[in-house]
Design a protein around this ligand. Structure first.
Ligand SMILES: Cc1cc2nc3c(=O)[nH]c(=O)nc-3n(C[C@H](O)[C@H](O)[C@H](O)COP(=O)(O)OP(=O)(O)OC[C@H]3O[C@@H](n4cnc5c(N)ncnc54)[C@H](O)[C@@H]3O)c2cc1C
Length: 499
């Protein structure tokens, strides 16, 4: 039986492990952290559960390929799905713009707000609807398809192509500016900050959300990852946790073994790096196998930007069922980290739909404050001074509670800070390059990466995970984990099986 060592037990590593076992390999997942799931996680604080990931999961709709994949890996087996009525509600000057799941409702909400934008609203909604026929392909990677499969694939993308062309070359800001009403402009612009970010990042999420393909599995992110761990172990897979891989041994073009910080070492026929790409190329392969596709992206952060988060958990002594699940609201200009642009809005999500996430009658709330290049640099510097770093986290927590109490005066005295995670938290726990929570973001000047995971110069090692295709996220992780096992099966000249 051939042996596979998988470095990293996030969603990509778990997916690879599950398919390795199904295909008759003997696999082991070697994970740095004491628990598996990677960035798809959640944690408990003071009687509350902070869900640290899923706001929308592409693949939650039965009958799609990606749903079948999630089910095969145990993530969605018999799991109740929560369908939020709105993707996001954005408040501007007292007007609330809703990105409703029901596209007709979205259209009438927007027309009511701004009848003078009728033409743009109709065009926007009609383009979102065109994406309803699209579902994320997750059968076979394109480079492994035969000519007939390629033709079928191209045909299945026939509605997507024109939308990619139309929105791939305009920025989010340009799309927003097509609308006359400031609240609609603000709502669209709130998807990403000013810059080169492609408007595709607005269209695709709304396309999958309004077609019911991206809702939320009940129980949250940690429970989803745990179900995958159970599936992996039930198939005979082995887990070695709290075991950070720090070295590789290479002979010719074959990786022979890896060594971990705790002194353990592992040998295998194949190795899958389901960890951060930068960790792989820089730390594990010591820059000897650098890939120009990744180099180009690391060296041009304006064209290939990355985002991380400040993620704040707050407990509320009360219920919030009358407040939109995810709401972006204006706040008095707030400094978040020294010398950086102050923020003018906060985006909160409450988990009223998950009663088990909070004590009875209480609700847990999370705030995600996206962080980009200048802020990521500032966090890197600040984290070196432990005292200042902790102080800043506490200050941010207080600022957010104050802003929440100003916006919702009835909550005064009933909010308590549970936790503040920063970009450096993702670096510390997941080895995530710059704390990135997705891959490279699509921009109008950037080229779309579609990496096979092959490492040039090494015959028995592959990369899997969110870095292989933009913008990353859970679907890319689960798909690329499976794809890697397909590639190994091809090398072994054996039929790939999913059952
Ligand atoms: C706040 C937040 C919200 C998000 N919301 C969504 C959402 O709503 N929908 C969505 O699709 N995606 C979302 N994402 C993104 C999603 O979580 C990630 O894209 C996905 O989990 C990445 O999976 P991965 O397996 O590729 O990588 P990771 O999760 O980063 O897993 C890599 C694993 O490798 C381990 N590792 C690293 N280096 C080593 C080493 N040297 N040795 C051993 N182990 C190592 C890490 O500890 C980690 O467990 C969100 C992320 C965050 C942080």
């Amino acid at each position: 039986m051939k042996k596979i060592v998988i470095i990293g037990g996030g969603i990509a590593g778990l997916s690879a492990g599950i398919f390795a076992q199904k295909n008759g390999f003997d696999s082991i997942i070697v994970e740095k952290h004491h628990t598996l799931g990677g960035e798809c996680t959640g944690w408990d604080r003071q009687g509350y559960h902070i869900d640290g990931c899923i706001h929308w999961l592409v693949g939650s709709k039965k009958g799609t390929q990606i749903h079948d994949l999630w089910t095969t890996v145990g993530a969605l087996d018999e799991v109740e799905i929560y369908h939020p009525e709105s993707f996001l509600a954005v408040e501007h000057d007292g007007v609330i713009v809703n990105f409703y799941r029901d596209l007709d409702r979205l259209k009438s909400n927007w027309l009511e707000i701004s009848p003078e934008d009728k033409e743009e609203i109709e065009d926007f909604c009609s383009d979102i609807k065109k994406l309803h026929s699209f579902s994320v392909p997750s059968g076979k990677p394109i480079d492994m398809m035969n000519i007939f499969e390629k033709i079928k694939y191209i045909f299945s993308m026939k509605d997507v192509g024109p939308i990619m062309q139309k929105y791939g070359k305009i920025s989010v800001k340009e799309l927003a500016n097509k609308f006359m009403h400031p609240a609609l402009r603000e709502a669209i612009a709130s998807f990403l900050p000013e810059g080169d970010y492609s408007a595709i990042s607005v269209l695709f999420p709304l396309g999958t959300f309004t077609s019911g393909q991206s809702s939320i599995p009940k129980g949250g992110s940690k429970a989803l990852a745990n179900r995958m761990v159970e599936r992996y172990i039930s198939l005979g897979g082995t887990v070695e946790a709290s075991c950070e891989v720090v070295e590789t041994y290479i002979e010719g073009n074959i990786l022979k073994g890896i060594k971990c910080k705790n002194g353990k070492s592992f040998e295998a026929d194949y190795f899958i790096a389901a960890c951060d790409a930068k960790v792989l190329y820089e730390k594990l392969l010591k820059r000897r196998y650098n890939d120009p596709e990744f180099e180009k992206r690391y060296n041009n952060p304006d064209i290939y930007p990355l985002a991380s988060n400040i993620y704040i958990g707050i407990g509320y002594e009360g219920e919030m069922n009358d407040i939109p699940r995810t709401l972006k609201f204006p706040v008095e200009s707030v400094d978040i980290i020294q010398n950086q642009k102050p923020i003018e809005h906060l985006q909160m999500t409450h988990y009223g739909y998950e009663p088990n996430f909070a004590p009875k009658g209480h609700t847990v709330i999370t705030f995600a404050i996206n962080q980009f290049r200048p802020e990521l640099d500032a966090w890197e510097v600040l984290a070196k001074d432990k005292e200042a770093y902790t102080k800043e986290k506490t200050r941010i927590g207080k600022v957010v509670i104050d802003a929440m109490e100003t916006r919702f005066p009835h909550m005064k005295g009933k909010l308590k800070l549970l936790d503040v995670a920063t970009p450096q938290t993702y670096v510390r726990y997941c080895n995530a390059y710059r704390g990135a929570f997705m891959g490279f973001w699509p921009t109008i000047s950037g080229k779309v990466l579609n990496h096979t995971g092959h490492i040039k110069g090494l015959d028995n090692m592959f990369l899997s995970g969110q870095w292989l295709q933009p913008p990353g996220g859970l679907p890319v992780a689960v798909i690329t984990g499976k794809d890697t096992i397909m590639r190994i099966c091809k090398k072994e000249k054996q039929q790939f099986v999913t059952l």
